[in-house]
Design a protein around this ligand. Sequence first.
Ligand code: HEM
Length: 282
Amino acid sequence: MTADALSGCPVLHSADEPRLDFGGTTPYEDYVHAATLHDLQRPVTDEPLERSFLVVTQVMELYFGLLAFDLTYARDRLAGDDVRAATTALHRCVLHVKALRAAWLPIARMTPREFNAFRDALGEGSGFQSAAYRQVEFLLGEKSASMLVPHRSVPAQHAELSRALTEPGVYDAALALLARRGHAVPDDVLNRDLTRPYAPSPAVEDVWAKIYATDEGELLRLGEALTDVAEEFTGWRHDHLMATRRAMGAKTGTGGSAGVSWLEKRARRDLFPELWTARSHV
Ligand code: HEM
């Protein structure tokens, strides 16, 4: 028996029940920082749907960060020739993006009137300005120096993204590993300018076609895990496009782009392109 910290009353708990008495904050709070997390929801209007929009956006932001962490982990395991650990990390990434896609549900079907009720209050804010999302794109091979510009005035973010721009992505690391395993990945691919978007190569297509035709082992499983990541990520882009079409039609975006037509172009791009095209030759 112990005493309740506030009332001084005795607190009873038996061996099979959770502990109830904690001197200060709970260990849950110490680990999760739930009070801090809840304090971060600060809607700018009284529209109840805006809170859903804000929380969904924050949840997605956390997932972008988690995805960047596990993609980096996968890339580094590939660089260390640990294909099994890299593939396991890529499987985690697939689940993160599935969760990201499920997170759309509360706001996927906003009508223009519902969105208009708080849209102006967002000012020029747009997910386009998410540094964590951009880091994920860089890790997936979609490099672009101009995407650093919005982050110029936040030195820590700018430095992190500048580093990610010049580092190999997860696909670069996979192709380097294939070369070390004796596959004919050309030098110009292995030594490519990492600050540029990955461009497809017929020779890399041949490498994947050979692996898909003959390999039953870890390289085939690596190819499939990368393809799963690519497919789910493209799915997130498509979900975003559909939610945007429903909420605002062809209006311009809060970030200043043409809106839907700009997002359509982005959603059409294939990640890890030869993993898709090689299949025609197997
Ligand atoms: C239905 C609500 C939403 C609408 C209408 C919408 C609209 C747009 C538009 C028009 C753009 C193009 C850039 C611009 O001009 O702003 C954009 C970009 C973007 N949005 Fe959303 N968005 C919505 C929800 C979200 C949510 C919840 C997230 C999660 C963080 C998000 C993340 C992004 C990202 C990462 C980009 C950049 C995409 C890229 O660079 O290819 N959006 N959004």
